[in-house]
Design a protein around this ligand. Structure first.
Ligand code: ATP
Length: 765
């Protein structure tokens, strides 16, 4: 054990033993409390029989908090802490020692803080402080002092394995140990090795739009999850789980990250794909065109003309653009200004509600409401007041008849002589009044039937599939050809009973404009991962869902394989969508995932996509094999070689191995061949999969985005499979930035032009 060589070994081992004992005692105590409270609460609930009780509420709160703490301690018991800082505040005489762990621990008998939570303000020094003068932000202000010692521990099953002292042990030895670990099927937390630039993001001020451009493997996904844990801990009073929303690319990814938050003691955060969230807000189940259909059409440079592919791209861009948002805005303004029909609500010629009166309700009294709730409110108001209105009209009619009767009576001396006339008048009056009452429902219905039906799906389809309408609401002259393409293309899709994903965002926007959103439905903080793939309109919608413009948005423009509809630049996003908000753009340049050799190679590939905004990744100092580029003559030969390589990799201890293919169709073919060639369990991953179990997988590139594997083999990087356009370059870049340790790239006959890079960066076979 390395730790024994450290001069402080005995002292540290004793501290660890004492802490573990104390933690065990606390676990026992809490387990006991939880058990007792379980019983007590069920008795109490029975006795109050479902009625409100302060006692039940207070006890439930304590019970939940005890359960949470017990859970956190249990998760931490094998490795109670990972770091230590010795800090002396200025003007104080002594250094104080603080041990940093995943959750805090206080000794009961003397209230001594044995471990501080990694999210506590002072723990920031462990991540960002260098030995010497330091400062950290606390609720009471900036605390300045001196950091005397920063120590890191490797602890396994309560045993001290290694001790690293910052400044004494070689730089990042501790981090290196973590990065060399083999990965299985889930993303892990990194509380013990969070780096300074990552710490700044995790602890960044919450009241702003924070955008993080981070290279592949820089820890973006990991960091946002830690940021959630930090926000939940730091702002307990304002943040509850329902007020936080994480938007992720797909359910497979959701499953891949599902361990991190519970490991960090955070449960029940709302995590969703944009599509699922949209469907739930729309309260409808639309059939969506397969995500791959358009994507693969765009890649299919052999069958489809460039002109057609460009128009397809433009359609996607248009539907997710702020241009389309403005068109929808104008459409809604038009709908609204013509909404109240220019007719009176009449019964048998009597005006019950005049057009002017209803218009006033619409334009003045209920103007604060969006159109749909406004129209419902007016309808309800009118319906509930109809009978009263009719009654007062009946009274007027009765008065008029009374006058007529009186006049008639005054005109004769002998009332008997006009008896029949009087009866006729009374009958007439009663008939009119009865008719009025009888016709209320019918007349009201007839009147409201004249109001426009605000079915959002129909309104949306009417707009986008109608060339004339689109042109009418567009503010500037669009290429007629493109607009015609968009409307025809959309019509065909709608006629098949489907919608595109791009339509869903626009549809939701229309829904929000017409239906509105209550404050309870809004979020206090929204997190978007893989943000480069969302359109500006999607981001604008998320802004509508935010109560306070508090966002953490992370992504990598170089991995923007959906850039035809996604975000082209963070600056544009800030200017077009988050204008007027407090915004900050931060960069993460270091890649922690892959070895230097893999990342240097990947940098050469992405450089082929010349764009000013790309930042090349700086790999952390971890060296492995150079990527291996292998030539074969057929798919079968490639698969045979991959099967041998998988065997080798498994013998070396690698747990997760991916065969990455360009498309799903290619993946299916490779999977069939590979299944026959190896005996191991192997999984084909498609967009229907919602769980990722690790091991050996065959997967299309777009689904591998965000995931990582110990080793990756890229199936067919031949000349005719990867051309030098933006989409192919980015696809290849995503594939080759997935491995932690080993990368193999296969091609048939001739290599892709994208592999035409300095031979120092790879080996060949
Ligand atoms: N400070 C760190 N300490 C240890 N491991 C880290 C650290 N930062 C990142 N990692 C590891 O690097 C890998 C990449 O992290 P993550 O997937 O969060 O990156 P990413 O930026 O989202 O990647 P990509 O955009 O390529 O999907 C993970 O294995 C993660 O555990």
């Amino acid at each position: 054990m390395q730790a024994q060589k450290h001069p402080a070994f005995d002292e540290e081992r004793r501290y660890l033993e004492d802490t573990c004992k104390c933690m065990d005692r606390e676990i026992d105590y809490l387990a006991d409390e939880v058990e007792k409270m379980d019983e007590e609460l069920s008795k109490l609930k029975r006795s109050v029989g479902g009625n409100y009780s302060d006692d039940v509420i207070v006890k439930t709160t304590i019970h939940e908090s005890n359960k949470r703490k017990l859970n956190q301690l249990k998760r931490a018991e094998d490795k109670p802490y990972f770091g230590r800082i010795d800090f002396k505040e200025f003007e104080k005489a002594e250094y104080e020692t603080f041990y940093v762990g995943k959750t805090s621990l206080t000794r009961k008998n003397d209230n001594k803080m044995l471990i501080i939570d990694w999210r506590a303000p002072m723990a920031s020094l462990y991540y960002s402080g260098e030995i010497g003068e330091v400062m950290y932000k606390a609720p009471e202000g900036l605390i300045i002092g001196d950091l005397g010692l920063k120590r890191q521990y490797e602890i396994d099953k309560k045993e001290l394995i290694n001790i690293f002292d910052k400044g004494l042990t070689p730089m990042d030895e501790y981090l290196q140990t973590a990065l060399w670990e083999k990965k299985d099927n889930r993303l892990k937390d990194i509380v013990n090795t969070i780096q300074s630039e990552q710490n700044d993001i995790i602890r960044a001020d919450k009241e702003k739009v924070l955008i993080v451009q981070g290279v592949a493997g820089s820890g973006k996904t990991t960091i946002v999850l830690h940021r959630i844990a930090y926000l939940m801990y730091t702002y307990q009073e304002v943040f509850n789980a329902e007020k936080l929303l994480i938007i992720v690319p797909n359910n497979l990814f959701l499953n891949y990250i599902s361990d991190v938050l519970p490991d960090l003691g955070v449960e029940e955060i709302k995590q969703s794909t944009f599509e699922d969230m949209a469907m739930s807000l729309l309260d409808a189940e639309y059939k969506l065109v397969d995500i791959e259909t358009k994507f693969y059409q765009l890649l299919d440079y052999q069958k489809l003309s460039e002109e057609y592919r460009e128009k397809l791209q433009w359609t996607s861009f248009f539907k997710g653009s702020m241009i389309f948002k403005n068109i929808i805005d104008r459409y809604v303004t038009h709908l609204s200004s013509n909404f109240v029909p220019k007719i009176d609500l009449k019964i048998n010629g009597f005006i019950i509600y005049s057009y002017d009166e209803v218009l006033k309700m619409y334009e003045k009294d209920y103007r604060y409401l969006p159109i749909i709730p406004r129209s419902k409110r007016i309808q309800k108001y009118i319906e509930s007041n109809m009978l009263d209105r009719v009654k007062s009209i009946q009274k007027e009619i009765s008065d008029q008849y009374e006058n007529k009767v009186n006049l008639l009576k005054d005109s004769v001396e002998d009332i008997e002589s006009i008896r029949s006339e009087l009866i006729k008048l009374y009958d007439e009056r009663d008939k009119i009044n009865q008719e009025l009452k009888k016709s209320v429902d019918k007349a009201t219905k007839q009147y409201f039937d004249q109001w426009q039906n605000l079915d959002i799906g129909t309104l949306y389809k009417d707009l986008i599939s109608d060339y004339e309408k689109l042109r009418l609401y567009a503010d500037k002259e669009f290429d007629r050809d493109l607009i015609a393409f968009v409307s025809n293309y959309s019509k065909k899709i709608f006629d098949s009973g489907m919608l595109e994903r791009e339509d869903l965002a626009a549809l939701l926007y229309l829904h929000l404009k017409l239906e509105g959103l209550s404050l309870e439905e809004k979020y206090n903080h929204i997190i978007v991962d893989e943000a480069q793939d969302y359109s500006e309109l999607q981001m604008y919608i998320l802004r509508q869902l935010s109560s306070n413009n508090s966002f953490t948005i992370v992504g990598d423009i170089s991995q923007g394989i959906h850039s035809y509809k996604g975000i082209g630049s963070w600056k544009e996003l800030m200017e077009n969508v988050f204008v007027g908000c407090d915004r900050e753009l931060l960069n993460l340049k270091k890649c922690y995932r892959s070895t230097m050799e893999i990342m240097n190679f990947a940098n050469q590939v992405i450089k082929k996509w010349r764009k000013e905004e790309i930042t090349l990744a700086e790999p952390v100092l971890r060296s492995g094999d150079k990527p291996l580029i292998i030539k074969k003559n057929s798919d079968e030969e490639i698969v045979n070689d991959i099967s041998l390589r998988i065997k080798e990799l498994k013998e070396e201890g690698h747990k997760s191995i991916a065969v990455i293919c360009k498309t799903t169709q290619e993946s299916i073919g490779v999977y069939q061949l590979l299944k026959n060639a190896i005996t191991d369990d192997i999984h084909l991953i498609t967009d229907k999969d919602t769980s990722y179990e690790g091991g050996i997988v065959v997967i299309p590139t777009y689904l591998s985005k965000g995931l990582e594997f110990d080793a990756v083999t890229v199936f067919n990087c031949s000349k005719d499979n990867y051309i030098a356009d933006e989409l192919h370059i980015k696809l290849l870049y995503v594939s080759i930035t997935r491995p932690l340790h080993k990368l193999f790239i296969y091609y048939k006959n001739e290599p892709s032009i994208l592999l035409d890079i300095d031979s120092d960066y790879f080996n060949t076979l």
